[in-house]
Design a binder for this molecule. Structure first.
Ligand code: HEM
Length: 153
């Protein structure tokens, strides 16, 4: 089951990155172009919200069954914090992604509460950009250092 979930978690990253980029670009265009916030814009942010939360659930399950994370179970926390690879898998990836997903959630709620279309786009642009930077930085891309780098697919 772990292999299947890891694979799904790997692929879902692309859906999140693509939805983040589309939402950020459309939010800035809508904000500065003074465009109308349409049902399509709401749907796009909903797709991002759903994929991000699905990834959160899969990530939480993986955290408890993954060989990588479980491999550090016997390691004292002080040693985990001193080792950049162990720290990434036990602390940084999980925490950064949770923070990123909370910011996506807040961005969607704040945009929904905004009274004007401009304010909706502005809030989405700010929150989703912040989430995009955090999530992008915490993905174990193939170009990361050995131990953290994971395959494209
Ligand atoms: C936007 C959110 C997230 C993205 C884009 C993301 C992305 C990724 C990617 C690309 C991998 C490498 C998969 C592979 O080896 O093929 C990975 C691994 C992992 N992620 Fe996430 N992740 C996210 C959220 C989370 C969260 C919230 C948790 C934990 C609470 C988590 C836990 C893990 C674990 C434990 C692994 C290692 C799986 C293994 O190979 O054993 N992830 N993640």
């Amino acid at each position: 089951m772990e292999t299947g979930l890891t694979h799904l978690h790997n692929l879902l990253r692309y859906a999140i990155v693509i939805f983040l980029i589309i939402n950020v670009v459309k939010s800035f265009l809508g904000w500065f172009g003074k465009k109308e916030y349409t049902a399509g814009d709401n749907k796009l942010s909903l797709f991002l919200f759903i994929t991000a939360h699905l990834q959160l659930v899969i990530g939480l399950v993986l955290y408890f069954i993954s060989d990588i994370v479980q491999g550090y179970k016997a390691m004292p926390m002080i040693d985990i914090m001193k080792d950049s690879v162990a720290r990434f898998w036990v602390v940084e990836h999980m925490l950064s992604m949770i923070v990123g997903i909370v910011i996506i959630t807040l961005g969607r709620i704040m945009a929904k509460k905004a009274k004007t279309d401009g304010a909706k786009f502005r809030r989405q642009a700010i929150y989703f950009t912040l989430a995009m930077v955090i999530i992008f930085a915490a993905i174990p891309w193939p170009w990361a250092v050995a131990g953290i780098a994971r395959p494209w697919f």
